[in-house]
Write a protein that binds this ligand. Structure first.
Ligand code: ZN
Length: 242
């Protein structure tokens, strides 16, 4: 038979060239619905399984993924992109309200200065690049992981783990937006993020404690790189505005 997607001639259930099923029916509403439902369930099982594996046995995930069991887990970039999408959608809806609760009123010489307009204009400017800036988080985390000589990981493996872990942290960040609309949550999100680094990377090292500490320090290096870039950007923006 001939593949309807790429026109390769083959025998079997799946095209050896592009992977499309050989039994593709005419496009019907019923068929669309069935494929939507099955994708949804597949996606859910896949993501939930990967999410759990990252906490329960990240060392096995890393080992299996490295040795070719790629289909068993969600793709790290898709995993990250999925949670980034949720995060950015929520941020687009809630972002302005979130920033209003930040300390935008500053005390200068006993006078209170409202910086909210300035903060919002910085935010607007930053939002344009936000989608790209977020990709620096997993990349800088991978740099941090390599700097600490995680023996079990080469840089590609560090990147895979970093994309997974930053996906989890985006998920936490998304959830934390809701309480922070109403309460001063302070460092809660940072503490949770640090815990994620500690839990996941404690298993990747030979010793739990060494792994946890290395994980936390890698996270700090990553935040320092990322924060430095954002701070630099803010500084340039403020200097330009006078
Ligand atoms: Zn094909």
């Amino acid at each position: 038979m001939e593949c309807k997607n790429c026109h390769t001639v083959f025998e079997g259930n799946f095209c050896p060239n592009c992977g499309q099923r050989s039994t593709i029916d005419a496009l019907t509403l019923n068929g669309l619905f069935e494929s939507f439902v099955s994708q949804l369930f597949y996606f859910e099982r896949h993501f939930v399984f990967t999410f759990k594996s990252l906490f329960k046995q990240p060392q096995i995930l890393l080992e299996e993924f490295s040795h070719g069991q790629r289909k068993k887990y969600a793709n790290p970039f898709q995993f990250f992109l999925f949670f980034l999408t949720i995060y950015l959608v929520l941020y687009a809806v809630l972002g302005d309200d979130l920033l209003k609760n930040l300390g935008v009123k500053m005390q200068v010489d006993g006078k209170t200065i409202d910086r909210s307009t300035q903060v919002l204009s910085i935010k607007e400017n930053l939002d344009k690049y936000m989608n790209y800036l977020y990709f620096l988080r997993p990349i800088s985390l991978a740099v941090g992981l390599k700097m600490l000589h995680f023996k079990r990981m080469n840089f590609a493996q560090a990147l895979v783990m970093a994309f997974y872990v930053e996906g989890i942290n985006l998920f936490i960040g998304s959830i934390m937006m809701f309480p922070s609309l109403h309460f001063e949550i302070g460092a809660t999100q940072a503490i949770l993020g640090t815990l994620v680094y500690a839990i996941v990377f404690s298993r990747i090292s030979d010793s739990l404690w060494v792994g946890a500490i290395k994980g936390v320090v890698s996270g700090m290096i990553s935040i320092a790189i990322f924060g430095g870039l954002i701070a630099g950007y803010f500084a340039i923006f403020i200097i330009n505005k006078g």
